[in-house]
Design a protein around this ligand. Structure first.
Ligand code: ZN
Length: 182
């Protein structure tokens, strides 16, 4: 028998066997998974919470992907939280009204000056050079906490630092880095 044929036949056989095995042990496996999950519930929850804190950007990405795959769930969620969202937006608008307009000219200047200062686009927080597309414009004092869109309040951060900083003030972020690095 030529190799290819043998391989094909063998493959079919083993697939059939695996399928049969899976079907026969389905309930067992389900139960095992359930017990395992139940046993580790607290541990998993804690791990997940830690993970969310550490990598908020990954969670966001996963969530976005999920909603792209299940748009119907997205609608459900949006409807259920409509009121909260409206209030949140209102509050945001209110607290941002003194921030001034963010202009392209200012953004350009922030990027140019960063490159002039460091030689290449560099994160002001971790001082690592930033790959194109991984950069973000950061508000030193977050808009939600009274920061403005003025040149002085803007800097370039890598995505990782930006999401770690989130809505912390510069002082809070420095403290955060000190604690997480010690
Ligand atoms: Zn950084």
């Amino acid at each position: 028998m030529p190799d290819k044929e043998y391989y094909q036949k063998h493959k079919e056989q083993s697939m059939k066997y695996n399928k049969k095995y899976r079907q026969e042990h389905k309930e067992e496996k389900k139960k095992y998974n359930r017990d395992y999950k139940e046993e580790r519930k607290d541990e998993t929850k804690k791990y997940f919470e830690e993970y969310c804190k550490k990598y908020p950007e990954r969670i966001l990405k996963t969530r976005k992907k999920f909603y792209q795959l299940h748009p119907e769930k997205c609608g459900e969620y949006r409807n259920a939280h409509k009121k909260e969202r409206m209030m949140w937006n209102k509050r945001r608008k209110y607290s941002f009204r003194n921030a001034g307009e963010l202009t392209i000219k200012t953004i350009q200047l922030v990027y140019e000056d960063n490159i002039k200062k460091y030689g290449t686009l560099t994160c002001v927080y971790c001082h690592n050079p930033i790959q194109l597309g991984k950069d973000s414009l950061d508000h030193k004092m977050p808009l939600s906490r009274g920061g403005t869109n003025n040149y002085e309040n803007l800097c370039i951060a890598c995505r990782s630092c930006n999401s770690r900083k989130n809505v912390k003030t510069p002082e809070e972020f420095r403290e955060f880095i000190r604690i997480t690095n010690s």
